[in-house]
Structures are given as C-alpha cells and as structure tokens.
Design a protein around this ligand. Structure first.
Ligand code: SAH
Length: 346
C-alpha cells in the first residue's frame, strides 16, 4: 500500500484501479505516517497559518429534497427563516471586527433569494468591506446567474459534488437532481473565474471504495481550489435518520489523501468533524486541513440551520468565540491569518 501512497505523493495522481486499491485498504495504512505527510504538505504551502471564514447561513428554506439533509423540503419540523440584507451586513460588520476577511453566504435553494437580491447583497458587502472576499454556497443555478454574482463581486463558490458516482448520487438525491447537472454547474463556475469548492460527505449511505475512487479521480481531474469534506451525520427527520454517521478516523484519512492529491487546496476542518469529536477540527488540521469556518449567523438562526443532529453552534465554532478557537489552534502550534486567504497564485 505504501508504494501507492509514494506514487500519489510523487505524481499527485493515481489511476482509477490504483485509487480503488488504496481506498479499499485505507484503514490498514500507517495513520501516523499518512497524517504526517498531509501535515507536511499543508505546511509547505501555508505554514502554520489557519485561514478563517465567517459562515452566514442566510436561509434554511429549500426547494430540494436531498435525502441526507435536515433542511430538505419535506421536513415539516424545521422553523424556516431567511435573513434580510441588513442582518447579513451586520453579521459581516461584527465578523470584520473580530478579524474575518472572508464571508461565506450559505443557504438552501431558496426561491426567495432571487438572483438580483443576491447580486445586490454581494455588492453591498464588497462596497462596505472592500478588503474581504465573498464566498457563495447557494446551490445550483444557470450560468448567467453565476456570472451575475461574479460580476457583482463574488470571489468563490462552494458546491460540493456530493459523490462522483452517478448511481450513488441517485441514492442520495431525488430523481430531479443529477450528478451531470451538478458537474455542469462546477465547470461553469470555474470557467467564469470563481475559486471553486467541490467535496463530499464521508460515510454517506452507499459510499464505498468504488464511489470514493470516482471522487478522487474527479478531484484530480477537476482541480478544485477548495474541497469540503466532513462526516455524514444523520438527521432525525430525514430518510437517513437511522443510518450510521461517518467516522473521525475515516474523515482524517480522507482529508490527508485530499491534501496529498491537491497540495495547495483550501481544505476546511468542518463543523461536522467538530460535532462528532471534541478535538475533531484540531485533528483535521493535523492531518492536513488549513481552514476553519466559524459560525457568524445571528444566534437565533443557528439552531434552525439543522443540516444534521447535534450541530455545534455555541462553543468555539461560534465566530464570537474566536479567542477560544485561537487558543485551541495555539495549542497545536497554529495561528489565525487576518487576510482573505485566497488560493495561492490565483
Ligand atoms: N444548498 C447548498 C448548500 C448545502 S448545505 C448546496 O446545494 O450546495 C452544505 C453541505 O452540507 C452539503 O453540500 C452537504 O454535503 C452537507 N450536509 C448536508 N446534510 C448533511 C448531513 N446530514 N451530514 C453532514 N453533512 C451534511
């Protein structure tokens, strides 16, 4: 197995059969060696500086019905909300004071967040905080909508591909959502000039060495600037309520492998990872992650953006507790960077 890992480190790519072999045997890899390689590669590009992004969950209204997601359309137990522009700008203002220089607007696919409203909101943020980057994570739209938002000043877009295996995609999503359309969106975003984030959940129902091999082949071909990767965590009101969560170990292994495949990638240690283990994010950073995304949403909205059960929202993952996060990072030799934190050389 180590020969495949050496090959990955030298070439930054494996063929599909090699990926399958490596992923099938990933739990018998020497983890300390793997994590050390991931950490070394992260340090080569970023040193011990961790990039922070203020996450603003702007709406939990969603027209989609993804089987894993707690804010899916059919979940009647969610109290729905949509933030207004002044509230979003106030979140940014607070975050700016705390040192955030990237704001991420994430939400369900809410028809009320019209293309023009989003464009005007992006322009308002960029007008008031010109030294900040704006990341959008609002789902699938036509190319002209992505272009409108880019022209309004949006810098980055997060759209996890969720799984690069079309059959697996069909198990996670209703029939009207397709992998082909998701990938079209990702290609359009990159073509327009966004820094683009793909990614997937670890341990989603039906995931296997085969589907993961597809994911890694996709990542090495598409070369996203960011990869969002966190454990699947069941949410009680979804069809996957009874499914097991992804594990800490598996997430750490896959984070390291992503870092070794895409050395410069912006790689968050996610809130989901922090949710399944109290030290999850620190361990993620020590396996190769270099980004954290504290929650900058208004406290009253946080317990309504319930993608999964027990989501952390009031501890050190809350943006107002940045001091606590800094302490945790200092304990593992890391500091928080106060700048936009762009993809290197973009
Ligand atoms: N509507 C946007 C944002 C989706 S929420 C979009 O379509 O991109 C952001 C991410 O949360 C999703 O891409 C998914 O990978 C993750 N997520 C959703 N439900 C989850 C769950 N139960 N456990 C872990 N992650 C989940």
């Amino acid at each position: 197995m180590n020969d495949l890992l050496d090959k990955l480190c030298q070439n930054r790519r494996l063929d599909r059969a090699e990926w399958r072999t490596l992923l099938e045997a990933r739990h018998s890899l020497d983890r300390q060696d793997l994590f050390a390689r991931g950490l070394e590669e992260r340090r080569r590009w970023y040193g011990d500086q961790i990039y922070v992004r203020g996450l603003i969950e702007c709406s939990n209204i969603c027209k989609n019905n993804c089987l894993y997601c707690g804010i899916r359309r059919d979940n009647r137990s969610v109290t729905r909300y949509r933030l207004d522009r002044d509230t979003i700008l106030a979140c940014c203002g607070k975050g700016y004071g705390w040192g955030f220089r990237t704001f991420v607007l994430q939400g369900g696919e809410d028809p009320g967040l019209t293309p023009d409203w989003v464009a005007e909101t992006v322009a308002a943020i960029k007008g008031r905080f010109p030294d900040c980057a704006v990341t959008l994570s609002l789902g699938e739209f036509d190319r002209d909508v992505y272009q409108l938002w880019f022209d309004a000043g949006a810098d980055r877009y997060l759209l996890r591909h969720e799984t690069a295996d079309p059959v697996h995609y069909g198990r996670l999503h209703p029939p009207e959502l397709t992998l082909a359309h998701r990938l079209d969106c990702l290609r359009n975003l990159k073509d327009i000039g966004y820094q683009v984030g793909a990614g997937f959940m670890v341990g989603s129902p039906g995931q296997s060495a085969d589907t993961l091999a597809e994911d890694f082949c996709f990542l090495q071909d598409f070369q996203p600037h960011m990869v969002g990767l966190g454990p699947f965590i069941p949410q009680k009101d979804t069809p996957f309520a009874g499914e097991p969560a992804g594990t800490l170990e598996d997430t750490l292994i896959l984070l390291s492998l992503v870092r070794l495949t895409l050395p410069k990638v912006l790689l968050p240690a996610t809130t989901a990872l922090g949710t399944i283990h109290p030290q999850g994010r620190e361990l993620g950073i020590q396996a190769g992650a270099n980004v954290v995304m504290p929650n900058l949403s208004p406290p009253a909205a946080r317990d309504k953006y319930t993608l999964y059960d027990n989501k952390l929202c009031t501890g050190d993952e809350a943006a107002e507790h940045l001091a606590g996060l800094k302490q945790r990072l200092a304990a593992i030799g890391c500091t928080v960077a106060v700048h936009r934190g762009d993809f290197p050389n973009s």
